[in-house]
Every structure is written in C-alpha cells, then in structure tokens.
Design a protein around this ligand. Sequence first.
Ligand code: SF4
Length: 905
Amino acid sequence: MNRQITASTCCYCGVGCGVLIEHDGERILGVSGDPAHPANFGKLCSKGSTLHLTGDLTARALYPELRLGKGLARSRTDWDTALDHAANVFAETVAEHGPDSVAFYISGQLLTEDYYAFNKLARALVGTNNIDSNSRLCMSSAVVGYKRSLGADAPPCSYEDLELSDCVMIVGSNMAYAHPVLFRRLEEAKSRRPQMKVIVIDPRRTDTCDLADLHLAILPGTDVALFHGIVHLLLKEEWIDREFIEAHTDGLEELEALVRDYTPQSVSELCGISPAQLRQCAEWVGTSPSFLSLWCMGLNQSTAGSAKNSALINLHLVTGQIGRPGAGPFSLTGQPNAMGGRETGSLSNLLPGHREAANAEHRAEVAAYWGVEQLPASTGLTAIELFEQVRSGKIKALWIACTNPAQSLPDQNAVRAALQACPFVVLQEAFRTTETAAFADLLLPAASWGEKEGTVTNSERRISHVRQAVVAPGEARPDWSITVDFAQRLEKRLRPGQTSLFAFKSPAQIFDEYKLLTRGRDLDLSGISHELIDQLGPQQWPFPSGATHGTARLYLDGVFPTANGRARFIADPYLAAKEQRDAEFPLTLLTGRLRDQWHGMSRTGTAAQSFGHVSEAQLSLHPDELGRHSLQSGDLVSLQSRRGSLIVAVASDDSLRPGQAFLPMHWGDRFLKGGVNTITQPAFDPLSKQPELKYSGVRLEPANLPWTLFALVEGDVQQHFETLRPLCEAFSYVSLSLAGRERPALLIRAASLAVPEPAVLHAIDQCLGLSEGPVLTYDDPGRSIGKRVRIENGRITAIRLAGETLAQHWLQNLWLEGRADQELRRWLLAPLSAPPGNASMPAAGSKILCNCMNVSQGAICTGISSGLDLPGLKQKLGCGTQCGSCVPEIKRLLAAAAQPLAIIS
Ligand code: SF4
C-alpha cells in the first residue's frame, strides 16, 4: 500500500485548522494536525481528530438520481441526463415566470471557488439575486455589525491576539465546544499569564465558563442592555480613550444620551445579574491594557443580532481597544468558509469583493468584469424569505447545495411544506441520508472532505489551500465542477451562441478570476493564488498584488473604511426579544452545541464515536424545573412552541436557570422525530435577516406514552438506519443514536400511546434479524409485551424489547461488554426484567469523556477517588492528553470531589 500524506484543512468550524490526511490515494486512513498551519500548529479537537472515522460510504450519494414526478421514487441516472434535465427545467421556468422564479440556497461549507461559480451563475447568467447561504443563519448579523460600525465586513484581529490580550470577553459562544482549538490556545495563554482576565457572558454555565474569572449569566436576549450598561459605567468612570474617540469616531453624543438610562440598577434588573458583577466587568474592560471580545451565535442568531454586534463594538470604540495587539472585536465564524462566502458575495444582498447588490455602481463594476450587460437590481431573497416564497409558489425551481434546510432552518413544519410543494428541487450533496434528500427531485452527488480542491478563509481572514487527497467515491464530483457544468448547459439555452461565461477548467482558474474583483477593495486579495499559498503557507487578507505577506491586524492607523474614515458609534436601544415567556409558554428554550457533533450531523452522525460523550437527544432542565413539573431525568415530555411540538426525554442540568430549557441544535428529524427546529422561530433581525434560532417560548406537557420500544442492532448502521427509521414513523416518540466503537450499533428508543400493529413489529424484527436464527424470544400477548435477543458466538448482536423495556440499559451494557453467558441468559428475557443488582439503570459513568483515548467518566471518577489529580489522570488513563476537549469536564469532576464535607453541628 502506497501511504501518502496530503496537507489540507478541517471541514468543520471557522478556526480553519490545518490537517494532514494520511491516505493511499483511494481511502483516507488517518488524520492529524498540521504542525505548520498557523491556525492550530498541529492541534485538533475531538471533531477534527475523528474526521477519518466519519463519512461512512453507505451514507454517501454516489450517483445522480432523478425523480420524474412527485410521488414517484428517484432512480439512478447519468450526469448528462441529470444536468440537461435541470438546465431544461431552469431555462423553461425562467422563460415562463422570469428569473426571480428560481433560487439558489448554498452553504458556508462550500469552498471559495464553488461560491464564486454559483454567484456568477445566479447573477450573471440567470439574472436573479435569489442566492442566499446558510451563513444567513450563522454570521449575517456580524456582517451588518462590522459594516455599520467600522465600514467593512472585516474581523480586524488575529488568533495570536488571544494570547496577547489582558482581558478577553467571550459573549454568546460556548467556545470550548464550538471553537475548541482556539479555546485551547486561550487556556494555555491564561495558564502562562494567570493575570489575564476572562469574562464569559452566557445564560448557561458552559464548559467555556471553567476558564472565566467572571461569568455573567445574563437573561437570554438582554446583551444590548448589558453592553449599554457597560458603556454607561465606562463613561461615568472615565475609563475611556478620549483621544481615540475624538480622532477616529463619530456619534458618541447620541450613544451617551442613550446609555444615560442604562444605570447599573436598571441593567442589573433587565439582565438578571448583580450591579457588582456589572461594575467588575466594566472595570476590567475599561482598565485592562488590552481588551479583546470574541462572539458567535449567541449574539448573531437574534431578532436584535445587528444591534447586539454594534453595541459590543461600541465597547471597543469607546476604549480605543481596536487596531493593536491583543485588542479588537473578533467574531468567530461558525462554518469553515463562512468568510469566503461573505467575500465572494454569497448572501443575496452582496456581490463579490464586499460589494452591495443594491448599489448600482457596484453592479456595474461586476457586470463589466463579467462581460454582461447588467446585473439584476431586484432585491434578492434571504433564507427565511426564500423558503416562504417557495411555500407560496413564487419560487418554482430551487437549487440547494451542501446544506440541509430540512434540518437547520427554524419552523420546520413550514420549511418541509415548502420543499414538498416546490415543483423542482435539486440537491447537490455529499450525503444521501440528510433530511433534505427526501425532498430532492434531482440528487447530484458531490465530493466531500479530502476529495476536492480549492480555498477557504478562516475567522482571522486567513486563506488556506484545501487540497484533494483521494478520488471521490462513485460518480461524485467537486461542487465547482457540478456548478460550472450546469451553468454551461444553461447558458446554451439562455444565451445561445455567446461566449461562455464559465470556461473554467480548474478551481485555480476560478480563483484567479475571482481575486481580481477584490482589487482595490478593503479585502484586496489580488496577490494570492493557489501557488502562492503553496509557497508561503496560508495568508491573511488584505494581500494586494505585489505584497510579500498577509495582514495580521486591521485599522492600526485608526482609519476605517467608511466615507470619512471614522468609525461610528451605533445607538440602538435595547429591545426585548419578540417571543417573551408568558403564561401560555412559560419556559425559554435555548439552543446550542454538543462537543462532538457538527451542525445537522450529516457527517458526524455516521460515526459511533461522535455519540460517546452525549449519546442521544435530551432536553436539559434545571432540577427545580424538573421538580415543578414532577419529572425525573429520563421521563418523556411533549415540548411545545407556537409552531410545533416534539416528544423528548428530559435531563437534570443545573447549568441553566429555572425557567429555561436547553436542546442541542444538532438533532434533526432523523435522530429525534420532528427535530429541534420544529420548535424554533423564524422571526429575524430587520437588518441582517438572521433568524432567532437561539430563543423560543415553550411549554412542557407530560407525554402519556405507555407503550415503549427499545432496539439495538450492530453491523451496517447506515443500512439499518435507512430501513428502520421509516418504520419508526408509527411511534410518537422516536430517538435514534449510535453506540460502540469497534462494533458500532444503531439504537432506537420509541414510545406510543397505543400498541402498534403487529405488522410494524414484524417488519422491525425482520430488519433487526430477529425473525429467525439464534434468537431468544419471550411473548406475553395479554400485556402486549414481546422481547427478542439475538446471540451469535456467545455475544448479543441484536435486541428488541417491546411493551416493557426495563432491561434496556442492562442489555445494552451486556452487548457492549460482549457478554451473554449461560448465567445471564435466564435474566435476558425475564418478565418484568429484574436483572442482577441495579442493572435496570444506565451503567454509571458509561459516558465517554475523553473521546480520543476512549476513557469513560466512570474510569475518571475511579481515578479521582484513588487520589489522582489532573496530571495523574493524564498519566494513568491517557485522558486529556490529545485534543484536550475533555479537560474542562475532568477539572469539574476534580473540583466536585474536592468539595469539603458539610459539618453538621
Ligand atoms: Fe476542525 Fe476542531 Fe479545528 Fe474547528 S477547532 S477546525 S472543528 S479541528
């Protein structure tokens, strides 16, 4: 076997870590951090380091599939037929209903070259601005914040500022989970310089708070009030930089007048924190030699997202903390190439090179460069508006690329109705298993991580060369190539006989055309090429032609890219979130991330390792809230919002306040019937149009579902997923997950009000391999109980418990341990299973804390009780020695164990 190493990048978050892919040209065999990459210097997090274990081939789209009529199944076709059919439908739709009757919904996970090809296709060829990206759900409020306050969409900082700062404020970001490698850099910096202050602002006490000197658990949505309260104190105490304000800013008077009312007392009441906490925060912000802020979805995904971003940037302008080492407002991008999307104009209101679609001069510049008469002046639709217009029938052909709107958009009932109603849905996607794939009339298989080439820009404006390691499986093709091939066919129909706008033969050629559109703009990257990155390594823009190195920091001279060169204070008042808790919906649902899952789980959801830390969907509630609802951990509830409901198990979690609930954003309909976004709201920010995915009013009702089912089957989990998930539609509650490492298995927990038809169980048993062969059975038809366990070579390989599932955790543990000896067999299917000991409960500590070294919480707790400290645990168990993602949780266990016993007098 010819083992090779290809340097590329991780395909998950906006940190943009460099990876070394080990492969044999056909298969990816391993992955490690690239020591030469300046984003991570060889480190990877738990997601990046398991990349090679994800992306199961059986989940991949391998060849084009076409449905020739609604209600029919898709069938395999060839690329020519697929793309000609798509070109015919798009051309006919445009001819009959106009260019704005079609739309493109693309992704922050595309490469820059893919984005550019799509933009040119939509705007220059089709003539529509109906091209938006899932970055609308992620970063569009940060885009507006930067542009309104500083004049351009440009994060001004570098990652090394995390190490240089004296005061770091992390707002609305569980950085320990969402940007782990950067968080490790911050942890190391703080351990070297303990005097560095870390402030975390988050309604939940997340792992990120373990590093905090001050945690402000503000009430959800009150960030603007908090920032105004801080400015109030900064002004009052003269913790400001008058010289900077006078030389480089406009608009302080208006802000000063506004924040007068944001007294410590009123802010304390609005935000639910003490005046002393507020004052401490303001003092550190105002008196630290350098101040850096980091933020993510907690600010952006809000109906006040733009106001929150600008209110935070105000803190930097009033203190002059921008344009120098260790200082500045630094938005962390969620997706690997959200920045590339912003640069290439991949939001409906933008054009390439940080231009505006509404600006006639900008349109004329791009049209002239592309050699077309004009670009469309009509307002393009943003994500939520776009799917509303699909539902209303105005959009008749929709092209979706590399994203999963049937999982990720809010108000899923409306989104799925839109996709169902759309006459023609094209899905360009690497995975055939996503929720959206079910709605595709045409499925086009796309190359995935390690299989394609191009560039990405990370959060610090650094452009990396993404290199191909292996050939894509089946007939999958790189996204740029699919887009260009379709565009070439469409232009034959829309502008016959004219010179092609899409004569691209490689991604490098696309990049070279694109980069000249940035010349003279704030992001000027005209000096960068694929070859230059290969020579010099990843580079930060601006990097104009002739430059020899990139630009680490912006605005060093205090000159901003506004009309007069001055930054602007924005004085937006605090507005309460639109959907407040009320008598009907008395709880606030928050959403966020898990440590080892990524977005809609199309990739991480294929690997059992990703489920070791959190195994299945659970709704977290404060213990007092559980008590108030007479619930215990594991009980099922009906979670209801104004838009829909779902059934989910609850878990006790004191990191939340009473009155709040938390459900991770990852669980779509495949894994949790309905999916989290059945609940979330589509209301959006008036400027950024970014929806309020973080915050919904909800209520809980008991789920009276007496009939329960548990099933486990090892083997080809994707195949089992595909056959078993549709059968589970018969149940009200359905939760699927994966378990195991060497022998992965699919797990199903389900419940319903009534006993299902025997045919349903029969079909499930057939899929589980429990209809024949070495299967132990127990049936009690009078009580609708039926149990099956398959034992092969002395090991359990499949389980189905129906009507009574008390032994589910015990049997799952036996399966995991590979045990099914004679002694145990008499217990396996006993009526009202009463297995030995307390085995009806989940195995204590079975949760995997350290995914890299496969170390469970139980093993770590045993180590702690034997007297081991963190270095001792690392040495003895290996936990925390690789990516470090588990270290905050281990520290918490150590701290809990160190609590002195209460002395009762
Ligand atoms: Fe990938 Fe983790 Fe790096 Fe993000 S921090 S790019 S997920 S390895």
